[in-house]
Design a protein around this ligand. Structure first.
Ligand SMILES: N[C@@H](CCC(=O)N[C@@H](CS)C(=O)NCC(=O)O)C(=O)O
Length: 235
């Protein structure tokens, strides 16, 4: 049985089965990236629900795994050299899982860099900008009721980014070409979230991005997506 006692997070969230991947997450657009990838890859894992509304992600035990105090984070008991490894930042976790299994990231160098470009486009653009949009449009709308600027700024940027995705998806089936990859997994939950989490479908005029809509639908049609989207269960 793997010994995870070197990871203080396991004292607060004990592993039932320390021989499988331990996922610390919540069913948010960043969290579900990892559960969707784990489901796609068929890797066994145990989920620990991190209720970020209670700031439990800022406790010393959680910070010991992710100094940035955010979900998702993960421990793989069977990391490089057969030793446990802890990881944070969803993009790094996705690359790790893809490289561990040899799936969801092309091995051909050019195709691999294409996929990494789109993955980092999500990490640096789509995630932070859509997140700020959601903040000002929905969660902090009352705080900016007299100032349209923040919502306008992030709405325009979100729509610009959707336009970049639309242009790419006019040319390719998936973001990085013919094969489904971690770039798609990183991105489509955020686009879906504009509607299902923020209720901004009409406000953002999402109908103007039909290729994006078809791509989200195709990604969601994969059995792993439906499962991964509800990890940990939203109850
Ligand atoms: N760049 C990070 C972003 C993670 C992130 O922002 N997670 C949010 C939930 S979607 C969170 O944990 N928020 C809690 C907080 O900020 O304290 C990643 O991709 O892993």
């Amino acid at each position: 049985m793997a010994d995870l006692s070197a990871f203080p997070i396991t004292s607060r969230w004990p592993a039932q089965n320390p021989d499988i991947i331990q996922l610390y997450s919540l069913a948010t657009p960043n969290g579900v990236k990892v559960s969707i990838a784990l489901e796609e890859l068929g890797l066994p894992y145990e989920t620990h629900k991190i209720d970020i509304g209670t700031d439990v992600q800022k406790t010393p035990e959680f910070l010991s795994l992710n100094p940035n105090g955010r979900i998702p984070a993960l421990i793989d008991p069977n990391g490089p050299g057969g030793k446990p490894i802890g990881l944070f930042e969803s993009g790094a976790i996705l690359v790790y899982l893809a490289e561990k299994t040899g799936k969801l990231l092309p091995t051909d160098p050019r195709a691999r860099y294409d996929a990494l470009c789109w993955l980092f486009f999500q990490m640096g653009g789509v995630g932070p900008m859509f997140g700020q949009f959601g903040h000002f449009f929905k969660y902090a709308a009352d705080k900016v009721a007299n100032n349209p600027y923040p919502e306008e700024r992030y709405r325009n940027e979100a729509r610009r980014l959707l336009g970049v995705l639309e242009t790419q998806l006019e040319k390719t089936r998936w973001l990085a070409g013919e094969d489904y990859s971690i770039a798609d997994i990183a991105t489509f939950p955020w686009v879906r979230g504009l509607d299902i989490f923020y209720g901004a479908k009409d406000h953002l005029k999402l109908a103007e991005f039909p290729k994006v809509a078809a791509w989200v639908e195709a990604a969601m049609a994969r059995p792993a997506s439906e499962k991964g989207f509800n990890v940990p269960p939203r109850t």
